[in-house]
Design a binder for this molecule. Structure first.
Ligand code: ATP
Ligand code: LTN
Length: 326
């Protein structure tokens, strides 16, 4: 089985968009690959973080991924900062990277534009990411399109290193998910539902309680036509509700359209709210079972030990090749 590795940023509260657009893809992949999922908490501190919140989120997000259906028997879960080899290899790779190529990374340019006090860590972020990937001989790296350039950097560094020191690193392939359903903000359905958005009313968080979920869906912005059908351009609000419903029912948009064709908007919203509540309640029950459990620590400890062992072997080989130490 090919090895899949990905890092899920603990950068905010997970939303219905993260579930439908992100986590659901990982759930499919867990049966196709030997899967490794880690929390890149060292990447998180390249920008300002509240330490208490960061720590809470690391644990919370892993618990939510598991609650949402990522099976700890099929995925190895671990936390980046619990393995010192990531930073060690990153240094060696920094010494393999040219300033020119690091300066071409578009994410850095975007994140640093018009900002004061940008950290050096934000600049070297892609090199730490290369280290996350190359340390474990990953075959495939699923990421959003915005991260593709970073996976390409990892490939270039692997090639350069292998040429100089002999065959060491595997060439990772980026796996860019096909553009699937985009879940929209309930208050502004022309915008993506995004955890960093400011209007909380438009976002459903995976841990929102039933009353709040119902309230948010019932006050979703729609249109004045009064007829239920899918038209993303002219009826983005209704189309968004149909997308959400079809995801949870595991039916096509066409089938959802057919089912709701004689509904008014109020009744449509009510059924969408029912199915969202039903599914998120299941996730929340599982989440509550594991968030403070020893089981979660056991999963993360096992991941930590397994990955440290692998990384140690890999890193010692690299260190020797580079000529470090005695
Ligand atoms: P941010 O608000 O910081 O941009 P985000 O909410 O977009 O974050 P990410 O953590 O960047 O979430 O995304 C994780 C994964 O979930 C990505 O694959 C992304 O495409 C997907 N995703 C996030 N929000 C949505 C959404 N509303 N619809 C579809 N997919 C989404
Ligand atoms: N930069 C990625 C998170 C990330 C990652 C990785 C993904 C850090 N290290 C290694 C894949 C492989 C992001 O922002 N989504």
């Amino acid at each position: 089985m090919k090895k899949l590795l990905t890092g899920l940023q603990p950068s905010g509260e997970l939303t219905l968009g993260s579930l439908i657009g992100g986590i659901s893809g990982s759930i499919k992949n867990q049966d196709l690959f030997d899967s490794y999922i880690f929390v890149p908490d060292m990447h998180a501190i390249t920008v300002e973080q509240d330490p208490k919140l960061l720590k809470e989120r690391i644990r919370k997000n892993v618990a939510l991924y598991i609650a949402a259906g990522l099976d700890p028997k099929k995925n190895t879960f671990y936390i980046q900062s619990e393995n010192l080899y990531h930073a060690n290899l990153s240094w060696i790779l920094e010494c393999t990277t040219y300033i020119g190529e690091a300066s071409r990374m578009t994410q850095f340019k975007e994140k640093s534009r018009n900002k004061e006090n940008v950290s050096v860590g934000l600049f070297t972020y892609p090199i730490l990411m290369a280290s996350d990937i190359l340390l474990y001989d990953a075959d495939v790296v699923p990421t959003g399109i915005d991260q593709k350039q970073h996976v390409e950097l990892a490939r270039n560094l692997a090639e350069r290193f292998n040429k100089k020191y002999g065959d060491t690193f595997k060439m990772p392939e980026p796996l860019i998910p096909k553009i699937g359903a985009k879940i929209k903000d309930l208050q502004d359905p022309t915008k993506k539902m995004s955890k960093s958005s400011t209007n909380q009313k438009g976002i459903i968080y995976l841990l929102d309680d039933e009353t709040i979920i119902r309230k948010k869906i019932m006050s979703a912005v729609t249109d004045s036509e009064g007829k239920v059908y899918y038209d993303e351009t002219n009826k983005p609000g209704i189309s968004n509700l149909l997308t959400i419903y079809s995801y949870f029912k595991n039916i096509s948009i066409k089938e959802a359209e057919e089912y709701f064709k004689d509904y008014n908007y109020g009744n449509l919203k009510k059924e969408v709210a029912d199915i969202v509540v039903e599914n998120l309640t299941k996730i929340q029950n599982k989440y509550n079972e594991i968030i403070n459990s020893q089981e979660l620590d056991k999963i993360l400890d096992e991941g930590k030990n397994k990955m440290n062992e692998y990384a140690k072997r890999k890193y010692e080989d690299i260190r020797k090749k580079v000529g470090l130490g005695r």
